[in-house]
Design a binder for this molecule. Structure first.
Ligand code: ADP
Length: 417
């Protein structure tokens, strides 16, 4: 330790060293993540105060990165105002084992950890003092088994106070995104966040201006509710990039209220996501696309594969439904069905009962089968996407019972006819 009370080895270390600005070695408070984790990049999303849309920006960026094929997690560090689980419609609580705590998964496989997944009731207030809050965030980093993650987004506590400071010091951030709204004393807030990140040597990826304008749903005019935006000039002044501007969009508010943020269909932050992707330069999974065909009877999975006249064919890319159409088999039933489905490049068939002949025929066409499924088609697709849809060929104890004339296409789910 030198005269300035720090571990700086530089001979010209000045008094500013305690802020790290001399770029020297300082005592590091960075905590190690759980030994089962491999987290490549950590991006913090910060704001000057609550309610400017920090969580919405975090969720939107996470959804976009997931759609690009990356493995994504969201650590909800906004302990006193946790809104991430609600935006994704997560209602299940986090589970733990002797090894650590497991995050919950969204429909499209984004890992989420939030204090709301630990509280018995979602509306219980978190009445904790700063050090306890900061300690909880640290635990989300050290004790949660995130597994293999390309991008972990941190929805930071608002402001530049004690808790965000501790988070900045204990979690190794690769960059931060600053979220502001036009009425939000922008200049001061951006500068504070900027200075805090600079002091910690954390790269600033840029600023997102939320609630920039309101687009009139009738005439399309952009109404600047808070006057002309000053964000470009402020960002320019500090040498940071404006990553994007998001309007007030009732459709977005509705999706986030309904827990369906993954159905997002706007491109407001597309450039921001691409910029982060370019700056971080990670390899992503190959685009995984496939087609699933569901034997269809009305809005339900048909119990009779061989007799089925309609199939819902859903195209899936990176665990996301790209398209969904109902096709008529046009008389190609029974033995002709597997060939018909193969001609549609189907990879997986979901159905109720299925005869052995059809089964073998599908397999020889390279088509995977999930049979014994019943109920609503959309729910079956969701279950398929989250990995919980399994063949359920029970309920046929032996073959004593008669299957009548239909050669096993009776709706019995045993699959051994
Ligand atoms: P913060 O994390 O900064 O506290 P949130 O992201 O939770 O703020 O946003 C607060 C509320 O405002 C949420 O209900 C959110 O859906 C809504 N909201 C935020 N930004 C927009 C927007 N651009 N358009 C419509 N609603 C928005």
């Amino acid at each position: 330790m030198n005269d300035n009370g720090c571990n700086c080895e530089s001979t010209d270390c000045g008094s500013s060293c305690s802020s790290g600005s001399c770029g020297s070695k300082q005592t590091s408070f960075i905590e190690k993540t759980h030994e089962l984790n491999s987290i490549k990049k950590v991006i913090g999303v910060v704001s000057g105060k609550g309610g400017v849309g920090k969580s919405l920006v975090t969720s939107t960026l996470a959804v976009m990165m997931r759609r690009k094929g990356y493995k994504v997690g969201i650590l909800d560090a906004d302990i006193t105002g946790p809104s991430i689980p609600k935006m994704f419609g997560i209602t299940k609580k986090a589970e733990g084992s002797e090894f650590g705590i497991y995050p919950q998964k969204t429909h499209n496989d984004i890992n989420v950890m939030s204090v709301n997944l630990l509280l018995e009731k979602d509306d219980s207030p978190v009445i904790w003092r700063g050090p306890v809050i900061a300690g909880t965030v640290k635990q989300f980093w050290t004790d949660v088994i995130w597994g293999d993650i390309d991008y972990l987004f941190l929805d930071m506590p608002p402001g530049t106070g004690d808790v965000p400071l501790t988070v900045f010091q204990s979690i190794p951030l690769d960059g931060i995104v600053i979220v502001t709204s036009p009425q939000d004393l922008v200049s001061l807030i951006v500068k504070k966040a900027y200075n805090m990140a600079k002091a910690m040597n954390i790269p600033i990826l840029g600023v997102v201006e939320n609630m920039s304008y309101l687009k009139c749903p009738d005439c399309g005019t952009e109404i600047k509710l808070f006057g002309e935006s000053k964000i470009d000039a402020i960002a320019d002044n500090l040498g940071v990039k404006v990553l994007g501007k998001m309007p007030i969009d009732p459709a977005v508010a509705e999706l986030s209220d309904k827990g369906e943020i993954e159905k997002l269909n706007n491109e407001y932050l597309a450039e921001a996501a691409s910029f982060i992707e370019k700056s971080m330069n990670l390899k992503r999974e190959e685009n995984k696309s496939m087609k699933i065909a569901i034997a269809t009877e009305g809005s339900n999975v048909s119990g009779h594969f061989g007799k089925c006249e309609n199939f819902t064919i859903a195209e899936i890319e990176n665990s996301i439904i790209k398209s969904k159409v109902v096709v008529n088999t046009q008389g190609n039933q029974h033995g002709l069905l597997p060939g018909f489905l193969a001609s549609h490049n189907v990879n997986v068939v979901i159905a109720g009962g299925m005869g052995e002949g059809a089964r073998q025929n599908l397999v020889s066409n390279g088509i995977e089968i999930i049979s014994g499924v019943s109920g609503n088609i959309d729910e079956a697709i969701e279950a398929f996407l989250d990995g919980s849809l399994k063949s359920n060929d029970v309920g046929c104890s032996g073959h004593e019972h008669s299957h009548g004339q239909n050669n096993g296409e009776s709706g019995c789910n045993c699959g051994h006819h």
